[in-house]
Design a protein around this ligand. Structure first.
Ligand SMILES: Cc1cc2nc3c(=O)[nH]c(=O)nc-3n(C[C@H](O)[C@H](O)[C@H](O)COP(=O)(O)OP(=O)(O)OC[C@H]3O[C@@H](n4cnc5c(N)ncnc54)[C@H](O)[C@@H]3O)c2cc1C
Length: 470
């Protein structure tokens, strides 16, 4: 009897402890293999996959949504921020980005960066807004898919990356949650373009979040409206500019008045309506503070709050802003706009001083002149540069510490916070992606890791592919 009781007691203990420490056991229902696996189909990931495939690698692009473009489509973020010098006169971010823009222009779905004038395209802003690209969301979705298909990318939507296997400093498999169960993908080279560094983090790469001390940039829920009286707003803007009335230009007094009456729910102090090609406007005015973009519950709450803000902002526009009396909501974004989460620690982390002074590197992958703007609760902190010369990003900023067969491109690459605030916008993310995909294909061909490829050859290949590296 004692023995039976002891056995029952011991079994209960084992059961209890296994419940407490239980790891979900994943049953793999399908497996795939490729040369290069890119995770995340935003600007960086799509450019990575297209470039890897164009250079001969058998490439899978896995994306959790059913659309390419990332924040630019699912997040309704528009326009593409500057790709030129600060005077808007020299087109800097070219290569694959230029190819994309030209294809969209041919379909009537974009304005060339050298042609987009400061005005309603830029929400009447000039600082950092020269040489941007106004585009059509649907044209972007379709063109990115066409470019992937043409290059031979194996596009796999509805795949949420959840876990990586590693051995000896290398990733050996990536696992995805799908409707069918867990799918496993193995590759020679992996590229993390999740924006959040999900793969790098799971593989053990050290990361920094926000300012490293709990500070994180504000999130925003983008939305689109129709019914703006452009002529009226253009005239208002011209009058304010002529009088040097910047508060008037962005309807700051109207916002103050509405806020006092509890009729303006956001922290933003200026209106920000960017004209689109079809006469609708993209609005960047609903904001959340201190939201951890890696915490689904916090993101959910910010999305719910954001949609309430949008509803009230539309009412505010109709009531307070001359020219917006007939504005109607068209859509809110499906995905919250998260400005920062993880950035990897790389073989080289681009420093703020580097960017301020346009430091040159032996392994440049692109140059740009975007402003370093940190979005805080209700305002933007601009970090000044010491020169108007473009600054460079080196290949080593895409190479993470600790893992050998991995590249990281886009919002989670290795750069100090202010630098990432400049290069996280869409054109530089395309440029990082182009370099990562090209490098991964070179690594596959040479049978080495991305840290061992010849960076001179990479730079030469990028130049041959249209990247501007003066
Ligand atoms: C509020 C806000 C305003 C902005 N305004 C502008 C602007 O006006 N102009 C501009 O040029 N830039 C702007 N940006 C910056 C720009 O939109 C993003 O930083 C840029 O899109 C980042 O590109 P990315 O490819 O690194 O990441 P993302 O665009 O975030 O793409 C990441 C992709 O990875 C997918 N993904 C993520 N995790 C996983 C996973 N675990 N498994 C599978 N797939 C995954 C996502 O679904 C997404 O498609 C703004 C950003 C924000 C947040």
């Amino acid at each position: 009897m004692k023995r039976v009781l002891f056995f029952v007691f011991a079994s209960c203990l084992v059961l209890l402890s296994s419940c407490r420490n239980s790891e979900v056991r994943l049953k793999v229902t399908r497996s795939f293999d490729c040369d290069v696996l890119v995770i995340g189909g935003g600007p960086a990931g799509t450019a990575s996959a297209i470039s890897a495939a164009r250079h001969g690698a058998n490439t899978i692009l896995a994306e959790r949504n059913g659309v390419l473009g990332g924040t630019a489509t699912a997040g309704l973020v528009a326009p593409f921020m500057s790709s030129t010098t600060p005077d808007g006169k020299t087109f800097l971010i070219r290569g694959l980005y230029e190819d994309l823009v030209n294809r969209m222009i041919a379909e009537g779905g974009a304005i060339h960066p050298l042609d987009a004038q400061i005005g309603s395209w830029t929400a009447y802003r000039d600082k950092g807004h020269h040489g941007l690209t106004t585009f059509d969301y649907e044209c972007l979705k379709r063109t990115l898919e066409q470019m992937c298909t043409e290059a031979g990318v194996d596009l796999m939507y509805h795949m949420l990356f959840i876990k990586a296997d590693t051995r000896g400093g290398k990733i050996t498999a990536a696992y995805f949650a799908t409707k069918d169960g867990i799918w496993k993908v193995t590759a020679k080279q992996y590229i993390d373009c999740t924006g959040d560094g999900d793969l790098a983090y799971q593989a053990g790469v050290p990361v920094v979040i926000g300012d490293g001390e709990g500070g994180i940039q504000a999130v925003s829920l983008f939305f689109t409206v129709r019914g703006v009286d452009k002529a009226k707003m253009d005239a208002h803007n011209a009058k304010c500019l002529a009088e040097g009335d910047y508060e008037g230009q962005w309807y700051m007094n109207e916002i103050k008045a509405a806020r006092e009456k509890g009729e303006f729910p956001s922290w933003r102090n200026k209106i920000a309506l960017f004209e689109n090609l079809d006469g609708t406007y993209t609005v960047n005015m609903a904001q959340g503070d201190g939201v951890d973009g890696l915490d689904p519950k916090q993101v959910t709450d910010a999305e719910i709050d954001g949609r309430q803000q949008v509803h009230a902002i539309v009412k505010f526009l109709r009531k307070y802003v001359d020219g917006c009396q007939n504005v109607e909501l068209v859509a809110t974004a499906a995905d919250l706009g998260v400005r920062e989460t993880r950035r990897i620690e790389g073989v080289y982390t681009v420093t703020t001083e580097d960017a301020k002074n346009s430091v040159k590197y032996p392994d440049p992958i692109f140059c740009c002149a975007n402003s370093m703007d940190i979005h805080k609760k209700g305002f933007v902190d601009y970090v000044a540069r010491n020169t108007n010369e473009p600054f460079y990003v080196p290949y080593r900023a895409l190479l993470p510490l600790k893992v050998d067969n991995l590249l990281v491109a886009g919002r989670c690459a290795a750069a100090e916070r202010p630098v990432m605030a400049a290069i996280r916008v869409i054109p530089p993310c395309f440029a990082m992606g182009q370099a990562a995909g090209t490098a991964a294909a070179m690594a596959v061909k040479a049978g080495v890791g991305p840290k061992e490829i010849d960076s001179d050859q990479l730079v030469a290949t990028l130049k041959a592919d249209g990247v501007y590296l003066p």
